[in-house]
Design a protein around this ligand. Structure first.
Ligand SMILES: CSCCC(=O)C(=O)COP(=O)(O)O
Ligand SMILES: [Zn+2]
Length: 207
């Protein structure tokens, strides 16, 4: 596939986000992967194994919504977790996956498969929420190297929870999305803040 100006612009924007996330300590070493929708049938995703804080436009490739590369290179090992979101939800334009300390620690501390975030003003950062007096359930999936099996599990979860804003993979990281890169980043920033709050409360109260 020819790399168009659209491809280049999306890559530059994701590279800038990568620098920001790396500065925050949310994508240490080569962890994390990022994508944006190109059109109805394809997306741009980070190449596997690259340092996500130092990305160049050549560190991205186009993939179809089954996760198959449309240009040379090896896409992220977790590409399917991105493309399944674009394939299922027409309004998703960007997906970010990070390994922040709060996500990693909290998902290991919780033994169940849901983290309930309740009563926080910052819940209003998520689409469709206009009061603190509510809760958002964030699912936690077990970590696995079988990404296709994980994608199937996530897809099944969406059947009953289509408005989920993000999910955690235990001891691994978070997947977060939005209609565009700005709203994806807003969701991710809000979620990480809420996870840090929850983690600190657990430390104080030894929940
Ligand atoms: C050193 S991080 C292990 C793989 C991972 O979880 C990740 O997010 C990065 O994988 P990718 O293939 O996208 O580089
Ligand atoms: Zn990962």
């Amino acid at each position: 596939m020819k790399q168009t100006k659209q491809f280049f612009d999306l890559a530059i924007a994701l590279a800038a986000i990568g620098e920001d996330l790396h500065r925050r300590g949310w994508v240490p070493a080569t962890s994390g992967n990022f994508s944006q929708r190109l059109d109805e049938h394809s997306a741009i995703v980070t190449a596997s194994g690259r340092h996500k804080g130092r990305l160049a436009p050549t560190d991205f490739l186009a993939v179809d919504l089954n996760g198959q590369p449309l240009s040379d290179g090896k896409p992220s090992a977790e590409t399917l977790l991105h493309t399944q979101l674009y394939a299922r939800f027409a309004d998703i334009g960007a997906v970010l996956h990070c390994h922040s300390p709060s996500v990693t620690v909290l998902s290991r501390q919780i033994s169940g498969n849901t983290l309930r975030l309740e009563g926080y003003e910052l819940l209003k950062a998520f689409n469709g929420i206009d009061t603190h007096d509510t809760f958002v359930d964030i699912p936690i999936f077990e970590n696995t190297q079988d990404i296709a099996a994980l994608a199937d599990e996530v897809d099944t979860y969406f059947n009953s929870h289509p408005n989920t804003p993000a999910y955690l993979i235990r001891g691994h990281g978070v997947y977060c999305w939005g209609e565009d890169l700005d709203s994806c980043m807003r969701n991710l920033e809000a979620l990480d803040f809420l996870l840090q709050c929850d983690l600190q409360e657990r430390m104080l109260t030894r929940k």
